[in-house]
Design a protein around this ligand. Sequence first.
Ligand code: SF4
Length: 471
Amino acid sequence: MTDNVYSTICPGCNFGCGLYIRENGALEVDFRKSSPTNAGKLCRFGMSLPKFFAPAKSIVDGKETTLEEAAKEATKRILASKGSVAFLSSGNTTSEELLAFQKIAESYLCTGVNFEALPKDTYQTVSVGIPYSDIESAKHIVLFIDPYEQYPLIVRRLLSAKNKGAKITAVWWKDLPLADENIRLNDVSKLHLTKESLIIADFHPFSDAEQVKSVLTLAKNAGAKVTFLKPFANSTGAYILAKDAKQKSLAQLIDDINKGTIKTLFALESDPSALIPSEMLSKLTNLIIQTGQAVSAKANIIVAHEPLYKKKGTLINNEGRAQALGGAGTNGLGALGIIAGTKFDFNALHESVKKAIGITAVDEFTIPKYERPAYGAIQAAPKPMEAKPALIDVYNPFMWFNLADDNDFVELNLNTVRALKLLKGGTLKIKSNGSAVEKKFKVAPVQDNVLLTGRKFGIEKGILTPVEISR
Ligand code: SF4
């Protein structure tokens, strides 16, 4: 038997790493050295892709069925729930599917982020990043992320900049080994920016809008460059294609589910259990998920189609680079057509995608020219952190996709270890709102009163959870 080999893009984040997926009974990952974004390198999530691509099955109320039957049943329930249906997609699929999805979702579209809270003239700056080569040639780089944990492939670009003499400042809860200067978020006034500075932050469903505005303001006041990395493949496509659409924020969606004004949720290639608390999801009459790989949310209907690597279509990475997927599958588009009551033409959608980003052909070696218009002054009021213990989730691809990960510990500093008289090799009790977990800990140069983790423990209230800690 000949192996099927697909030249594709990693779905783990919007960095857009190229790779090959080989089907030879089991799935294997091969390196694609010619990929302009990552030259073949992959982070540990990229290497775990065979686990990520666990196949999905079409299901209606617990019974296995065909994609077509599941899509027809989804259509019935969406029509019966008219006026109380929301549509959620944070990317994770082709731009062609996202355009089709937007047509269905006109009444209530949510791309998972809080655009509502941002001035419209900042959308383009937040949506499309800058070429990674600009990072390598920067003189001063300011990190509002932990690159090792969140977007590991950026580390190579940062090290290359450093080798060329760049200074790196980290504004983070923990000292980062590659930074020449470490500043805590509460001390951001100590940050010295110039026109030569380049700020790297990120933008995702749980981004604090005030913090995003504050980063935009810092960049504007200094004339510095700014780029926002994003956690989901093709988030940039989702944002720029929907920039003129009326969107609801994730917070609004959760509120509307809670109030009962949204009773049916249709999620495209986005596992709502990673974004919406389970007690809210259980309030829905219908949770419908269209997906290419198994999800952990308990859905009434699952419309299962081919995984991303088998799809035909275009992804746009954080630089704005259009990248073609190497598959031929259009089952996902077909299912969206059943739900829309129309037949979507891939070629017509593809032309619209190219037009939207101003290109005539998809060429991963050329980054289209994007306008990044100047934006006006912004009022920002990020909340300073209180001097109480807090558990801070450092979002990473494993966490977003609910994929098992070995890093089951928290990081804390020596002051906290001494104050609590923690024992070497022992554990730490962490309590939040009546729930408690006991976790291993690692000593690291973390801010006082901060526990950092790359895992979800089920007691979180968002990125920052006030907690009580004890031995
Ligand atoms: S950095 Fe992002 S796109 Fe690249 S391999 Fe890791 S998860 Fe995938």
